[in-house]
Design a protein around this ligand. Structure first.
Ligand code: SAM
Length: 210
């Protein structure tokens, strides 16, 4: 019961605050600048990306957690973009095959239960020329001690942060799913604890055979 109270009443507000860390806001701006047209955002959260979209007409905002999505209402109201909420998980995206130009994921691939299935779903809904734009925290590529800590802490982190895993190798998962990284940049985000500080900003396209 206490956990349910935490999940419904406290966690969404914590998420909304942490996800507005200035270094993360800078990366949102960089990631979303070239995104235009019809867009699917998976794990829309509290809608923090909305003001960063410059030329987006229609945004499918896929977010399964109602308690989190409620906190997006003011941002949606203030935005000129047509925002259509999809109350669904990214493991089953309720959109047609090859219908979307741009899919966006900002710190969501850490939280989905079935990363392999989600990446296949993104492949399915993307047009052949479509792009997945992402920024995610990752399994540390440079520091073995941090990697070990990430494996150790992840079971606790999953409970405290609604399924978030600290130890996902996103680059490897993308390659396995048949994505090709056109652009990628590993960086350390200021103001984030060392255990989750290394991040990947990337743009990925489907390989021709996918
Ligand atoms: C760390 S938050 C990031 C929120 C938002 N993308 C942002 O940048 O502020 C992860 C989000 O993924 C959502 N999520 C969790 N599991 C999901 C799933 N299977 N499919 C889609 N979204 C999911 C959570 O509800 C949460 O809103």
């Amino acid at each position: 019961m206490l956990y349910q109270f935490y999940q419904q009443q406290i966690f969404p507000h914590l998420l909304n605050q942490v996800m507005q860390t200035p270094s993360l806001m800078d990366k949102r701006r960089e990631l979303l600048l070239p995104v235009a047209g019809e867009v699917l955002e998976i794990g829309f959260g509290t809608g923090i990306n909305l003001p960063f979209y410059q030329n987006v007409d229609l945004l499918y905002a896929l977010e399964p957690n109602q308690d989190v999505f409620k906190l997006a209402s003011e941002r949606i109201f203030a935005s000129d973009i047509d925002v259509q909420h999809l109350q669904a998980r990214a493991e089953h995206i309720p959109l047609a095959d090859h219908s979307i130009d741009h899919v966006v994921s900002t710190w969501t691939l850490c939280s989905v239960k079935r990363l392999d299935q989600v990446l296949q779903e993104i492949q399915r809904v993307l047009k052949p020329t479509g792009t997945l734009h992402l920024v995610e925290h990752v399994l540390n590529t440079e520091n073995k001690k941090i990697r070990q800590l990430q494996h150790l802490i992840t079971p606790i982190q999953k409970h405290l942060a609604d399924g978030c895993r600290l130890n996902r190798n996103i680059e490897l998962a993308l390659a396995k799913a048949g994505f090709q990284l056109d652009q990628y940049d590993y960086f350390y985000a200021e103001g984030i604890p060392k255990i989750g500080q290394q991040m990947l900003l990337a743009r990925a396209q489907k390989l021709p055979s996918s």
